[in-house]
Write a protein that binds this ligand. Structure first.
Ligand SMILES: Nc1ncnc2c1ncn2[C@@H]1O[C@H](COP(=O)(O)OP(=O)(O)OP(=O)(O)O)[C@@H](O)[C@H]1O
Ligand SMILES: [Mg+2]
Length: 337
């Protein structure tokens, strides 16, 4: 059998923090095959972003290793590692475009770093912009583009160094359903036409269902199950798999005397559905105890007190999500209400 393009072996990651060590990944073993679209799904805080960053050693694992085309990234010299990284393009939820450069400048950027002559880089960038359907926006700046267009630029940029793999960390999570569909279709096309292996990290089952061949479910730092999408969808074996696929009906959530959190809104877009996004990302309900927010010129101002689920892992997931999306919060005790 052909060798998998990426082999993840006994991989672990522990972060040292002021409050002691945080274990983000534990004994991860996965093989990703050349040419497939592989999904990694899990709830907020499960370890997805850490895993994707460990795959190209943006984050160096504390245990185990990753093999790219049979070569251990741990054993590579600096130059070899940079070459391997160029073979693994990345796209993110927040696009990460350079605001002061126009579209073609963004796509040329990784080629400049790789020492590609300027003229050649621009020609290749124009070709890539054609691939992603943006050849007429080459001179536009990121601020002039929609979210979907920004992600198309990010995809063109990720393809610039001719990668064999594209790593997507929640690439469609900031997009509306129709734009999500078109970006997923583009990734599928790139996979099919260019033979690029695609690794998709998401918390949405719909994304997995739309484009993945196989999927791994990650839960609390470890892999709960791996299989073809049809296997996992028809018969999830792990509890987390059942929860993600069958929904919250399988899980009884109790609030009891659980922790309460005050959310502070000081200028987010008032149209942003903060609580429903939180519930969707964490797959747990929260209880709204009190809310006093007002819309000031389209910005949400005020506060809201929510009760977290009693189960500690569920509550921690909500907290992690709030940190990730940078919503200010503080813990309250009930007499402060
Ligand atoms: N640089 C860091 N320092 C300390 N802890 C971290 C760091 N990065 C991640 N963690 C912790 O590791 C765990 C996994 O985080 P990670 O960001 O990988 O989750 P995730 O599955 O991507 O979540 P989300 O869906 O919210 O993006 C969390 O407990 C998180 O707080
Ligand atoms: Mg993440």
């Amino acid at each position: 059998m052909e060798q998998p393009i990426i082999q993840i072996r006994n991989l672990g990651k522990e972060f040292k923090t002021a409050n002691g060590p945080v274990r983000a990944l534990n004994d991860i073993n996965l093989d990703i095959n050349q040419g497939e679209i592989f999904g990694i799904i899990g709830l907020s805080g499960a370890g997805k972003s850490t895993l994707v960053r460990c795959i190209n050693y943006l984050e160096v694992p504390t245990e185990g290793e990753v093999l790219f085309e049979g070569q251990s990234l741990s054993a590579m010299s600096g130059a070899e590692l940079r070459k391997a990284r160029r073979s693994m393009g990345m796209i993110f939820q927040q696009f990460n475009l350079l605001a002061q450069r126009n579209v073609i400048g963004n796509v040329c950027f990784p080629m400049e770093l790789a020492g590609v002559p300027k003229k050649e880089a621009r020609e290749r960038a124009m070709e890539l912009l054609k691939t992603v359907g943006l050849e007429d926006r080459a001179k536009a700046y990121p601020a002039q583009l929609s979210g979907g267009q920004k992600q198309r630029v990010a995809i063109a940029r990720a393809l610039a160094t001719n990668p064999k793999v594209i790593l997507c960390d929640e690439a469609t999570s900031a997009l509306d359903p129709n734009t999500t569909k078109s970006i997923l279709a583009l990734l599928k096309e790139i996979n099919k036409n260019l033979g690029v292996t695609v690794i998709v990290i998401t918390h949405e089952m719909a994304v997995i269902e739309a484009i993945c061949d196989r999927v791994a479910i990650i839960d609390q730092s470890h892999i709960a199950e791996v299989g073809t999408v049809s296997e996992i969808f028809s018969e999830p074996k792990s509890q987390i798999g059942r929860q993600l696929i069958l929904g919250d009906a399988v899980k009884h959530v109790s609030f009891g005397t659980s922790r309460q959190i005050r959310l502070i809104f000081d200028g987010r877009e008032s149209s942003e559905p903060v609580i429903s996004n939180l519930v969707l990302a964490c797959k747990v309900p929260v209880n709204i105890m009190y809310a006093s927010t007002t819309d000031v010129n389209g910005k949400a101002m005020g506060q809201m007190i929510i009760q977290l689920p009693e189960e500690e892992a569920d509550a921690d997931r909500v907290i992690h999500y709030l940190k990730t999306v940078k919503i200010a919060y503080e813990e309250v005790t009930s007499h402060e209400l």
